[in-house]
Design a protein around this ligand. Sequence first.
Ligand code: FES
Ligand SMILES: [Fe+2]
Length: 412
Amino acid sequence: MPARNHKRWKDVPGQLREGEYIDSRIYSDRDIFEEELTKIWKKSWVAVCHESEIPQPFDFRTTTIAREPIIVTRGPDGQVRAFLNVCPHRGNTIENRPSGSFRDGTASGAPRHMTCMFHGWQFDMKGNCAHISREKEGYQNRLSRSDVGLRRLRCEVHFGGFVWVTLNDGIGKTVEEWGAGCFDCLQEHVDAEPLEVFHYHKAIIHANYKLWHDTNSEFYHDYLHYHNRITGFNDAYFARQNTGFDNGHVTVGSFEVQYDKYEGFESRESLSFPGLPPNHWYMIDMFPGVNFNLRGSALRCDIMTPLAPDRVLIEFRGLGLKSDTPEERMSRIRHHNSIWGPFGRNLHEDLLAVTTQQAAMNEHAEPRRILHGRQENSTIHDEVGMRHFYDEWGRWMNRRPSDPEKPYAAAA
Ligand code: FES
Ligand SMILES: [Fe+2]
């Protein structure tokens, strides 16, 4: 078969049908990106951190969801709460540090309060306004502290102690309901005892967030990963099941990884998460952009924050058991880093793939077909997981992934 001419290059190849290919413009178009923030990211539950990162009363972390600044705090009552990190006075960002504690005072902050450094207004850990500088002199009886609390956001600690926040007050679902059963495969292993984050790093990747999500959810690209080929490719690997759940989530079933086939690596058996069979490996991809990956002795969680059509901030966390001895913790860290650390086996291979994909799909590139058409009885190299994700995307956006200028229609 000769190379295709310009007209045929634009055609859908072979017999592929709606849902089995998508239009590359959904990875680069600025209007579509803005619409995604509004229609998807401002409407869904988003994991923002883990409870072990704010263990003490008055601890906090800041982040953003769809560009809105968010602060998560732990109150003196132990409860985790989330607020817009925006001052009701003149709209300043209240807290600029990525994390810390409000327990002790600072040069421009009162102890046990969130203090806006601009004019010194203070807020307690429930978001109530506790102090307005020279309140009576300026506002007399026209404004009181009870009028100007922080904007509280719905927040739940769920699924292994992760902190979930939504900007959508009317979401109508708990985090459990949002998960629609997708977390069942991990629940007993991550909820048996408290977990603790032992690894954190973040990076801005030059790729659309959906491309990163794709590499997390499809395993056909294990041809890219030398480690996975060596430790994986056997009958049990090829039989792993992809399962779709409501709200766009996908799981990948488990099998026993042969870690000792990779020179220098070792079995994870002695440090298996509670109830997990030795060296098993489960994966959950939750819509629109969080990935949980349990490989025997270490849980990995990647949380995406889209910044632009071709930029995504990813926060990478590794977790072990809070009860780990120092020796156990060191082994878990070694196991985690050998796969996902900056010098580990897999992470940089994924990074290379998504950034070179994006480079060919810049906003000035001509539209092209991205194929999601592998069908293998929903096993590991079937691209059903991506089809499920993009069908959900189309529904939320009311756009057809294969032709974003047309309204959504369920694939046949
Ligand atoms: S903007 Fe926050 S105190 Fe004025
Ligand atoms: Fe990968």
